[in-house]
Every structure is written in structure tokens, then in C-alpha cells.
Design a protein around this ligand. Structure first.
Ligand code: MG
Length: 321
């Protein structure tokens, strides 16, 4: 017999998280708890308004499969029952966690993945005045972060990037514009980033309006985030992007994420692993992918005032799984 609990939680951040779409002060997550014969599995998702999701819509979606879930729905059955997105992720993650605990292993163990002792994670520099962003980058570097993800919007791109690069000359920089740029001037902006030795640019153009990426030879790899959800996204990305950012909240869980990573690599894309603002529960479910990706961007829990207990062991820029 399986029992199911579904609930919402709000986790305050210690610092506002500012990106091109706006500012967040808390992480709102939906949690699914499964229990079978005294063994518990837990999964978490972050509903994302950009993808038409709210905590209410995700809770409602989960409710549609609650009875089946109580009757023992499997991960395979779940893929058929719900579309990709946060709701399916919370359930998929809980099913992975439950099975792992039943077999006295971890989700990575169940996925037959050996994790390294330490995973380098990007630490995010959010949008602010150029000198503030440079100061944030310098502080993260001082604390040991070596991979920094810089959020940008459509303004002060040169000023912000030049200031940051001067503050952290040796850091690996990746840039995320979160769909805020347009096709006009895109090639010149990419060249500017390449000249500043930026390692990758994430989602400069709005999803669905990204054909301008096919018009020039990229001087640095361009990564699809909002344009890449599942394996079915890949067909439209060829010739536009060199990399894809896999997130469990987009794929609808680890089950599809593992298949997406495999297909993406087979089709010649490099792979990064990302997350939403979330607790360590959500990162634990994504860890099987973290071992082999080009960039792991898993700093969501480090923005929380307090993480879930027990949390993962994060030290600025590093995750010890
Ligand atoms: Mg992104």
C-alpha cells in the first residue's frame, strides 16, 4: 500500500535574485511524499510562471494522477500520464527516491552513476549596477568559486561584462541573458563576450524567436535553456545552439532528463545541467547527470536563507555530494 502527500512550501532567500524577467525573494516549491511499507521517497519541483505554471496549477495537475499514484503508478506510467513540466518532476523525483531507499542506495546509485567527490557548480551573479556585479563576482572568487554565471538583461552589457572580467580575470564566466536580447546586434554582442573570454552564452533570444542564431558563426558556444525542454525540442535547435541546459523541472523529471542528455550528445550538443530556485531535495534528484556535464549550475539552494534538512554539502562554488 502506498500513501501520497502533496504540499507547497515557500523558502525565503537571503538575497533577492534578479534576472531579466524580474526579482524573486522566495522559492515556492511543491513537494510530493510517497510512503510504502514504512519507506519514504520525496520529490520537489519549482513551478515556473514563464512556462505557464503556478503552485496552484502544479498541485491541480498532481491531483489528476493522485489515485493512480496511490495504486502504485510507475515511472513509465507517469511519463504517459502527465506532460513534461514541474508537476511530473516532483512525482518522478519522489518515485526515484522511493525506489533508491527501498534498495538501500541513492538516486545516483540507482541510475548506476558514480559521482565524483566534488562537483564544481556555477555561482550566480545577478543583475545590478556594473560595479555591484563586479564586487559580487570578486567576493565569490575570493570564497573559492571558479565558475561564475552572470545574469544579464538588455542594458549595460559592455559596462557590466568589462567590470566583471576586470574583477575576476581568471574566473570561468558563463552568461545568461534569459531571452532578453534581439537579433539586431546579436553577432557583435557574441563577439564582445568571446573577446572577454566568456565560455558560453545562454539563451540570448526568446524561445521561438531564435532563428537569428543560425545567421552567423558563433565565436562562443550558445546554449538553449528556455528553448530546450525535452528530446522533442532538439530538432529545432540544430544550427542555432551548440549546447543544451537540462533542468528536471523542464523535462518533467530525471527519467526524461537522462534520455535527453543521451540524445543531445548523440546529436552533437554539449550538455549543461541547471536548476531553478529550489532546496537540496531538487538537486539530489538531478545529481546523476552532474558527473559528466560541461557545466553544472546547481546553486539554487545556496540562495536560500535556510536549506532543507538534511541538505547537500555546498561550499561556495563546490558541491560535495
Ligand atoms: Mg538559463
Amino acid at each position: 500500500m502506498r500513501t501520497v502527500k502533496v504540499y507547497q512550501e515557500a523558502w525565503p532567500l537571503h538575497t533577492p535574485f534578479v534576472i531579466s524577467r524580474g526579482t524573486r525573494s522566495e522559492a515556492v516549491v511543491v513537494v510530493v511524499e510517497l510512503e510504502e511499507d514504512g519507506v519514504k521517497g520525496v520529490g520537489e519541483c519549482t513551478p515556473y510562471p514563464r512556462y505557464g505554471e503556478s503552485d496552484a496549477s502544479v498541485l491541480a495537475q498532481i491531483t489528476t494522477v493522485l489515485a493512480e499514484l496511490e495504486r502504485g503508478m510507475t515511472r513509465a506510467g507517469l511519463q504517459e500520464a502527465l506532460p513534461p513540466g514541474a508537476a511530473r518532476n516532483a512525482i518522478d523525483s519522489a518515485l526515484w527516491d522511493l525506489e533508491a531507499r527501498q534498495k538501500h542506495t541513492t538516486i545516483s546509485g540507482l541510475a548506476a552513476v558514480e559521482l565524483p567527490e566534488m562537483i564544481t557548480t556555477a555561482q550566480t551573479v545577478t543583475i545590478a549596477a556594473p560595479e555591484q556585479m563586479a564586487a559580487s563576482a570578486a567576493l565569490l572568487w575570493e570564497k573559492g568559486a571558479r565558475l561564475l554565471k552572470v545574469k544579464l538583461d538588455d542594458r549595460l552589457i559592455t559596462e557590466r561584462m568589462v567590470a566583471i572580467r576586470a574583477a575576476v580575470p581568471e574566473a570561468i564566466l558563463i552568461v545568461d541573458a534569459n531571452e532578453s536580447w534581439r537579433g539586431d546586434g546579436l553577432a557583435a554582442r557574441c563577439q564582445l563576450l568571446a573577446d572577454l573570454n566568456v565560455a558560453m552564452l545562454e539563451q540570448p533570444l526568446p524561445a521561438g524567436q531564435d532563428e537569428a542564431l543560425a545567421n552567423f558563426i558563433h565565436p562562443l558556444p550558445v546554449c538553449a535553456d528556455e528553448s530546450c525542454h525535452t528530446r522533442s525540442s532538439l530538432a529545432t535547435l540544430a544550427g542555432r545552439y551548440e549546447m543544451v541546459n537540462i533542468k528536471l523541472d523542464k523535462t518533467g523529471g530525471l527519467t526524461e532528463a537522462l534520455l535527453l542528455a543521451k540524445s543531445a550528445r548523440e546529436q552533437g550538443f554539449d550538455v549543461m545541467l541547471g536548476c531553478m530556485l529550489c532546496t537540496s531535495r531538487a538537486i539530489a534528484a538531478a545529481l546523476p547527470l552532474a558527473a559528466k556535464v560541461r557545466f553544472a549550475d546547481l546553486d539554487g539552494p545556496t540562495w536560500l536563507a535556510v536549506d532543507v534538512e538534511p541538505g547537500l554539502n555546498f561550499v561556495t562554488g563546490k558541491l560535495y555530494p
